[in-house]
Ligand binder design. Sequence first.
Ligand SMILES: [Zn+2]
Length: 236
Amino acid sequence: MKMIRWACNASAVFGYCLLMVLPAFAIQAQSRYGLKAMSLDEYKESTKANPAKELIDLEDFVPGLVLDIRYATTNNFTGERIYNLAKAYARKPVADALAKIQADLKKMGLGIKIFDAYRPYKATVKFYEVYRDTTYVASPYRGSRHNRGCALDLTVIDLDSGEELQMPTGYDSFKKEAWPSTPVSDPEIRKNRALLINVMQKHGFKVNSSEWWHFDFIGWQKYEVMDIDFEELENL
Ligand SMILES: [Zn+2]
């Protein structure tokens, strides 16, 4: 009897401990780096309170926009396919600014090609765990501005040929030549880089200091980090 009572007590204590420990594990899995990213339900609530927070499908919204979403292919620095769908989303004011940029470039026979836009937080964690240099990948402790729907990776294309204008490096190069401050000797490349940076600045973006292709939307602090998959956004 004594044994049975002990066993009951032990199992009750074990069960209690398990109950205490399991949610802790669940929380840890959600935010291993101490950051709580917004879920789909939280995002939906936030857009009701503030419609500017809506994530806009850029391909639908910006006429003639070309997508080359590298993380939906194996042609990226991880060598792995990160996204199941090749989609580009951004918050409404970012989408509005991009439409103006596309219109400005069109007058010169040019257009935008998007490499990446909104990025679910779990992808940022993956990038960090593959390549731990936070000069080139965002820290999962803070998240990326891409996770907030407020950063765009892009270049300029010639509308007639569809070809990208020549830039100092390819996309996602980890070389110093990718830094916007690095001098460029080729006048054509220098002109192309300046054209991109100027048109983006005119419409409220700031170029990243180590990536000529990455632009943050000024005011990104007002938008939360999210961990919502493209599939979830497609089904809204
Ligand atoms: Zn970027």
